[in-house]
Design a protein around this ligand. Structure first.
Ligand code: GRF
Length: 202
């Protein structure tokens, strides 16, 4: 059984996509053991609690010191027995210690076709505004491993989305978000499969 911890900051629709997939059996062999939020008011926490998933709030108000906050998150993740950490709308930068401590076991969903429109400052609506300003004919979503950079780890899955005439950042965001939900579940299933293969005895 793969223990998944999901890190959130906002509405949690990507978290909900994982919850629904686990509960419907579209994700097998995994369970969500913890939801960590950088904001106490994140609706994602309501989604977690509604489904009986433990939560842990670690924002600047709870832990003003960056290092203490990183250490608190790391111990919460370890206590929960997290094998895979999924950043789903998580708007805080992970400490190098945390990334190092869970190397190769943290993935992120980003609402563009990395390496375009990503990196520091490219989050939420800003991503889609950048795509529209560039006049791109298409955008999309990317699931990638998290390394010490911002949106720079190896890509796991990407799916393209057309930019339509008349699109604004809201209509493009909505079209990309649907793809995010789909490829995040697909990426988790791919990791479960490879985890099973790696652990399988020959
Ligand atoms: C999504 O576009 C995600 O890619 C970005 O944050 C947005 C909100 O995600 N990182 P969610 O609804 O909170 O899952």
């Amino acid at each position: 059984m793969l223990n998944i911890a999901v890190m959130v900051s906002g509405g949690g629709t990507n978290l909900q996509a994982i919850i629904d997939a686990v509960e419907s059996g579209r994700i097998e062999g995994a369970r969500i053991v913890l939801v960590v939020s950088s904001r106490a008011g994140a609706y994602a926490l309501t989604r977690a609690s509604t489904h009986g998933i433990p939560i842990f709030v670690a924002g600047k108000s709870e832990f003003p010191d960056d290092e203490e906050r990183g250490a608190a998150i790391a111990s919460a993740l370890r206590e929960a027995g997290a094998d895979l950490i999924v950043l789903a709308g998580y708007m805080s930068i992970l400490s190098p210690q945390l990334v190092g401590g869970f190397a190769g076991r943290i993935i992120n969903i980003h609402p563009s076709l990395i390496p375009k429109h990503c990196g520091m400052g490219f989050y939420g609506k800003r991503v889609h505004m950048s795509v529209l300003a560039a006049g791109d004919a298409e955008s999309g979503a990317t699931v990638h491993y998290v390394d010490e950079g911002v949106d720079t780890g190896p890509i796991i899955l990407q799916e393209r989305v057309p930019v339509r005439a008349g699109d604004d950042e809201d209509s493009l965001a909505a079209r990309v978000l649907e793809v995010e939900h789909r490829i995040l579940v697909r990426a988790i299933n791919r990791l479960i499969e490879s985890n099973r293969l790696n652990n399988s005895t020959v």
